[in-house]
Design a binder for this molecule. Structure first.
Ligand code: HAM
Length: 429
């Protein structure tokens, strides 16, 4: 029997992990720079949390959840997204309070049972940020800037933010009625899902991927014409803030997003070079979510971005950093004394650089250099009987082919200089 990864999942093999680490490190650094603190929540939650938070009529909840009963019969679900869990945590810890702003970020796996294809997986990873506690347009702008700055910093500066306002529970019902009036004559030709959505949540029709329904949705009245004054003013200020920061955005009145908790601002960032699965990230404001989950009436705004999709975009542009092997190889030739000293030296080197040595003692220097070559080491540190007796080590620059003897006291400074003089990889930033 041959085991394989479950459909829609993948292994990150060592050749790829450097690109993952670089992306995660940048997301962490930028989140910290924006004053966001990390929050970690479980990867499974009570199923009810997502039914209430994400919404029962969404595809995510109705078709894509990994739901199971635990041994005591409780219904649990592998998180399909991060926002609901983060809000649950804020409520549970009693820190979601009016007038208090929380800036939070998270990074981790999410699970959705969808048809796998390039850029769409059943286990995927999101970097997300949530700014909770402020209804100010400045919070929306800050959240969008955080996402845009990460992408621009990675070299993906050619992306456009798609922006919409989905109103709030005060002004949305009027729009939903307009939408029903528009859709009613088409009901017979619409898919079964959309006929159900028509009654419960007509905005979801805009999410439908079935071709005749996509054509019908193309002619819908714009939600932007139905916004109340407060939502309109908020939206104007968000646009003004983004324009002042030089963010390129395009209005898309059909952008409703696949989750029910949004109020006012909704946005996505797409990669124009990709057709399907082009959304690298998306988010919006969710002023009613915390109350819906049993907490106080505290507003919030956030986004999350798909790490796999960002990496695909980087790979397609030749911007993904390649794998890096150990920089140093310790070669040794001699008796037991050399062997012991070599093991001690290896440990010293490892405290400062990445270094390896042959696990098998007594192999020829030629064979050891071949290994050093194979792993792409930059330099070999060589310890023989002479070096040991004289308190030295030989350092061989494996790129230039030159070598010199260095006093042990000078070794660190010498290696620092050698490794620092390396040409930086082209895509390092
Ligand atoms: P979302 O639009 O469902 O929003 O997902 C955000 C991003 O996750 C997408 O833009 C995409 O890059 C990535 N993604 C989603 N599904 C998959 C998949 N099956 N395979 C690979 N990547 C995927 C949310 O999840 C919201 N929680 C965002 C948010 C945070 N809104 C407010 N705060």
């Amino acid at each position: 029997m041959k085991f394989q990864v479950p459909r829609g999942t993948f292994d990150v093999m060592p050749e790829k992990s450097a690109a993952w680490q670089a992306l995660e490190a940048k997301a962490r650094a930028l989140s910290t720079g924006y004053g966001y603190a990390e929050i970690r929540t479980p990867i499974f939650e009570a199923t009810e949390l997502f039914l209430r938070g994400v919404g029962e009529t969404t595809d995510i909840v109705s078709k894509e959840m990994y739901t199971f009963a635990d041994r005591k019969g409780r219904s649990l679900t592998l998180r399909p997204e991060g926002t609901a869990g983060v809000m649950r945590a804020l409520i549970e810890h009693g820190v979601a309070q009016a007038g208090r702003v929380h800036r939070l970020w998270y990074l981790g796996p999410m699970f959705r049972y969808d048809r796998p294809q390039a850029g769409r997986y059943r286990q995927f990873h999101q970097w997300g940020a949530e700014c909770v506690g402020s209804d100010q347009p400045a919070a929306d702008v800050e959240i969008i800037l955080l996402l845009v700055d990460l992408l621009a910093g990675l070299g993906l500066g050619d992306l456009v933010v798609q922006l919409n306002s989905v109103g709030h529970p005060g002004c949305r019902p009027a729009y939903q009625e307009k939408l029903r009036d528009y859709l009613r004559p088409h009901l017979d030709t619409m898919c079964a899902d959309c006929r159900a959505r028509f009654e419960k949540n007509p905005l979801r029709v805009l999410d439908c991927k079935v071709p005749p329904d996509v054509a019908i949705a193309a002619g819908i009245p714009s939600i932007l014409d139905s916004l109340c004054d407060a939502c309109r003013t908020h939206f104007d200020l968000v646009q003004k803030g983004l324009a002042e920061q030089g963010v390129r955005f395009a209005l898309d009145p059909k952008l409703v997003r696949g989750l029910d908790y949004y109020t006012r601002t909704a946005f996505e960032v797409h990669d124009p070079a990709r057709g399907a699965q082009s959304a690298l990230g998306g988010g919006g404001r969710y002023d009613g979510l915390i109350a819906e989950l049993g907490g106080p009436g505290v507003p919030g705004v956030g986004f999350s971005a798909g790490l796999e999709r960002i990496l695909l975009a980087l790979e397609e542009r030749g911007l993904a950093p390649g794998a890096e092997g150990p920089k140093l190889y310790l070669a040794r030739a001699g008796g037991e004394g050399v062997e012991r000293a070599a093991q001690a030296l290896l440990r010293e080197l490892r405290a400062r650089y990445s270094a390896v040595a042959d696990l098998e003692p007594g192999r020829s220097l030629g064979a050891q250099f071949k290994q050093a070559d194979r792993i792409g080491a930059v330099a070999a540190v060589i310890l023989g009987e002479d070096e040991l007796a004289q308190g030295q080590a030989t350092v061989k620059d494996l790129r230039a082919g030159t070598q010199e003897k260095v006093a042990r006291a000078e070794l660190a400074a010498h290696l620092d200089r050698l490794l620092e003089s390396l040409p930086r990889p082209e895509n390092a930033r």
